[in-house]
Design a protein around this ligand. Structure first.
Ligand SMILES: Nc1ncnc2c1ncn2[C@@H]1O[C@H](COP(=O)(O)OP(=O)(O)OP(=O)(O)O)[C@@H](O)[C@H]1O
Ligand code: SF4
Ligand SMILES: [Mg+2]
Length: 332
């Protein structure tokens, strides 16, 4: 059940405060670091059990780095990540391994990091082996159950990756992520490489999995139509920061931040079956090596005033469970 439908207040499954990730910028491959690139610059968010939180923003805004930091696939530079009440940042590598079972990632291209010579069954069962979860016939039964959960017939277990279509490959990627029984998933652009008709099938599968397994999900996408379809709540990211957070309906009807408004106007939300437009904004995203002072959006903001270069606006409530960071909202 989605968190929004719950009748009793729940504790967050994931609670992130002031997450930061900087990368050193070197001149040449082995040169000394000459600058710092702030990919994630103080992100705070919560995901409740059974909730799908969308994370949108232009290419390079820090979505993937945020998602990977949450699972500590990328080591955060600072901040706290609480999963089910436990501070992941304080865990040793060994303790973290126990938590890995409970938090998984679905990639845009599920075949990026797999061995093409393994059968689908072995690929889906890999996490069962790694975490010592099932052996022999129990493992085989679990693999068949996982294939069924993602809408693949049992004969797929003996096939090889190269014989599958894009949609089937992503179903395998999802089955792999589900194998160890996670409570939380990061889905990083899981449908961006797929045809439109297949996108809808995979999104429906993810919704079905949420409903059946009550997993929480951070769903990363640059496509506002896709996020509108699947997310309960949406976070808008710009240059490493969250600038707006709102229930999905409120965001699409009453966007409060000028950046969100620009994104929505640049990428009209078309109906199913029509082609979707990519996000287009005038000018480029400034470099995260040298971000603008004050409000990070000010160099492209149609509503910018002089004060925007001096003051970094905090997130302010603008409606029920709806927050945005803009000086004009602070003044009202
Ligand atoms: N390993 C790395 N080393 C150095 N810089 C990195 C590294 N990973 C990401 N970055 C930089 O961090 C910033 C954020 O990248 P990230 O991949 O998180 O963005 P994104 O929002 O996922 O973009 P996209 O929509 O293109 O996937 C970018 O400027 C990127 O070049
Ligand atoms: S604070 Fe200023 S620059 Fe930032 S979004 Fe608001 S008006 Fe635009
Ligand atoms: Mg990315």
């Amino acid at each position: 059940m989605a968190a929004s439908e719950a009748t009793t207040p729940l504790s967050p499954l994931l609670e992130v405060a002031n997450l930061q990730k900087s990368f050193p910028v070197r001149r040449g491959l082995l040169g000394r670091p000459t600058a710092t690139l702030k990919a994630v610059a103080g992100v705070s968010l919560q995901v409740f059990p059974g909730e799908i939180v969308g994370l949108v923003g232009e290419s390079g805004s820090g979505k993937t780095t945020t998602g990977r930091c949450l699972l500590r696939l990328v080591e955060p530079s600072a901040g706290s990540i609480k999963f089910d009440g436990v501070d992941l940042m304080g865990l040793s590598a060994r303790e973290l391994r126990r938590f890995r079972r409970r938090m998984q990632i679905i990639f845009q291209d599920p075949y990026d990091s797999i061995n093409e010579r393994m059968t689908i069954g072995d690929l889906v069962g890999e996490a069962l082996v790694i975490h010592g979860l099932a052996k022999g016939t129990a493992r085989r039964d679990r693999i068949l159950e996982l294939l069924q959960q993602v809408g693949l017939r049992s004969e797929f277990a003996d096939r090889y990756p190269h014989t599958l279509s894009g949609g089937q490959r992503q179903r395998v990627g999802i089955a792999r992520a589900l194998a160890a029984g996670p409570q939380f998933l990061v889905a990083d652009e899981p449908v961006s490489a797929l045809d439109l008709s297949v996108q809808a099938q995979i999104l429906n599968l993810l919704l079905d999995i949420r409903d059946r397994l009550d997993v929480g999900m951070l769903f990363i996408s640059h496509d506002l139509s896709v996020v509108r379809f699947i997310a309960d709540r949406v976070l808008v990211m710009y240059l490493g920061k969250i600038v707006e957070s709102a229930p999905a309906a409120a965001l699409y009807e009453r966007a409060a931040h000028p950046y969100t408004q620009a994104l929505l106007s640049a990428a009209p939300l078309v109906g199913e079956g029509q082609s979707r437009q990519r996000i287009r904004l005038l000018g480029d995203l400034p470099s995260p090596v040298d971000p603008p002072s004050g409000c990070v959006f000010r160099t492209r903001c149609p509503k910018a005033i002089a004060e925007c270069s001096a003051i970094e606006p905090p997130m302010r409530p603008v409606g029920p469970n709806h927050f945005a960071a803009c000086i004009h909202l602070a003044a009202s």
